[in-house]
Write a protein that binds this ligand. Structure first.
Ligand code: ADP
Length: 479
């Protein structure tokens, strides 16, 4: 089966969040199941420089919404890539969505409509020697693919939209509509959202099926508390809505062969974690003692519950814990966490910024990872935590709910527990979860059991890739 995947991020070429991890790992997992994926993504400068000299032009777009572009074929780390090289859209300093001052690019509507239009044309036969049977689009940046297919002149192929986070919708003023060059009729109905244009809504209406990245989140987005205004649209497509939990790349995230650690270890040599713990203590300038180290690796945002974390950081210390934070995000939250660190030297340490190697060491050296998200479509850091014996302390929502088994008495008795869950993302809820975690940590035998059970959990792509194949087959009328 040939599948075209369209995405704005692919690990290891360009990543701002979990979308990149999924778009990078899923094709590799699908390959063993008979699915060949080609992934279309924008030719951002960082992508072009990583692929330098190893691309081949295969198609020219004379007029992609007024811009010229070249489609380049490349392979990288086992991925079969199609790069949309359009310098007028993508060759600029800054990130994939924000300029160097942190503002959205004013032409984001065009940058990602062009990506989608290229995707739709490829899906509909633009390449002489390659025809996908199905197109899999990710998030709002690729969401116009099924819209362009629906309202184009060529035959539409089945499409699957995966929503990684319904909070990001690609919403633009109505005056961009004529510039999308779609026929007027039904299309306004698909894209219109309270007088604006919503790319994600367009795909939710036109894609043949929708998936989200966990079963719990697929249910949650039907509810106004999580649907971010699109709950009605989600409900109207409920029969075509699926939840498939993400896996992780178990080669990149393997504590037994992780070159970024001070000492590799496995479930049978857990004691070696202490070498990583020492390195972590050293790096963050923590006090050298045996009290539990909590870590956080996250965007510092309201969604991630980082305001609540900042609020209880002092209580965590008072309860006997230490805290290390790696992340960046909202200025007020960066400031709140930094000031908690300055009030508790040796107990709390915060490093602002993005640091992939350090994130590995943190999972290997910390005792627990706190993920107090208000909503979490899937979440990846709890899966890394499981694999590294860094016990996840998570709010009971979305993928966190689906992947962590709470250490309640029954689960502990059955030796099934893999972490700590708490409900209500409030200061009180998190404070109690931290205290419960510290109590469990102090019971070394139980704690080791939780760690080991987590390390044995299947967090690979195997099961989830099979679920995607099953869905692809259904969409092709073969399942
Ligand atoms: P989201 O995509 O909503 O940000 P996920 O948990 O799905 O959250 O994915 C976040 C990914 O980004 C994980 O791979 C995590 O390890 C990584 N990450 C987040 N912040 C940082 C950081 N400051 N440094 C390194 N990696 C980070």
């Amino acid at each position: 089966m040939n599948v075209l995947s369209v995405t704005s991020e692919v690990y290891p070429l360009i990543k701002t969040g979990g979308l990149a991890d999924v778009a990078g790992a899923l094709p590799l997992a699908l390959e063993g199941l008979g699915v060949k994926t080609r992934t279309l993504l924008p030719g951002y400068p960082v992508v072009m420089s990583k692929l330098k000299g190893a691309t081949q032009p295969i198609l020219h777009f004379e007029d992609l919404l007024g811009e010229t572009a070249t489609l380049l074929a490349a392979t990288h780390d086992g991925l079969d890539l199609l790069i949309l090289d359009a310098p007028s859209l993508y060759d600029r300093p800054g990130g994939p969505y924000l300029d160097t001052t942190g503002m959205d690019y004013a032409d984001n509507w065009k940058r990602f409509a062009a990506l989608s239009l290229a995707g739709a044309q490829i899906a509909q036969g633009a390449l002489p020697d390659w025809q996908p049977e199905l197109v899999h689009v990710h998030d709002w940046q690729a969401a116009l693919v099924p819209v362009f297919m629906r309202y184009g002149e060529k035959v539409e192929i089945p499409s699957l939209l995966t929503i990684h986070n319904i909070a990001f919708q690609g919403q633009f003023p109505a005056n961009i509509m004529p510039m999308l060059r779609l026929p007027d009729h039904d299309m306004w109905e698909a894209l219109e959202y309270h007088g604006t244009v919503s790319y994600l809504k367009g795909a939710m209406v036109t894609a043949h099926a929708i998936s989200t990245v966990s079963p719990s989140y697929a249910e949650e987005i039907l509810d106004s508390a999580f649907g971010m205004g699109l709950e009605g649209v989600a409900a109207s497509r409920a029969a075509h809505l699926h939840g498939i939990v993400n896996g992780i790349d178990t080669d990149v995230w393997n504590p037994a062969h992780d070159g970024l650690l001070a000492a590799p270890y496995s479930v049978t040599s857990l004691k070696k974690r202490s070498i990583n713990r020492d390195a972590l203590v050293e790096h963050f300038g923590l006090d050298k003692d045996d009290s539990p180290i909590f870590c956080v690796i996250s965007r510092l945002t309201w969604q991630k519950g980082m305001d609540v974390l900042a609020e209880i950081a002092g209580d965590l210390v008072a309860a006997g814990g230490k805290l290390v934070v790696l992340g960046s995000g909202e200025a007020r939250l960066e400031w709140a966490l930094k000031s908690a660190a300055s009030r508790h030297p040796g107990r709390i340490s915060v490093q602002l910024g993005y640091n992939e190697p350090l994130s590995h060491l943190m999972q290997a050296g910390a005792d627990a990872i706190i993920i107090p998200s208000r909503f979490e479509p899937c979440g990846l850091t709890q899966l890394y935590g499981l694999r590294y014996g860094c016990v996840p302390v998570v709010s009971r929502t979305g993928g966190l709910n689906d992947t962590i088994i709470d250490a309640n008495p029954a689960a502990l008795a059955a030796k099934a527990a893999t972490g700590i869950q708490f409900a209500a993302v409030t200061a009180d809820g998190l404070r109690q979860a931290v205290r419960r975690t510290i109590r469990l940590f102090n019971d070394t035998k139980t704690w080791n059991q939780i760690q080991k059970q987590g390390m044995k959990a299947d967090v690979s792509w195997q099961t989830s890739a099979q679920a995607y194949v099953h869905l692809y087959h259904r969409l092709l009328g073969k399942g």
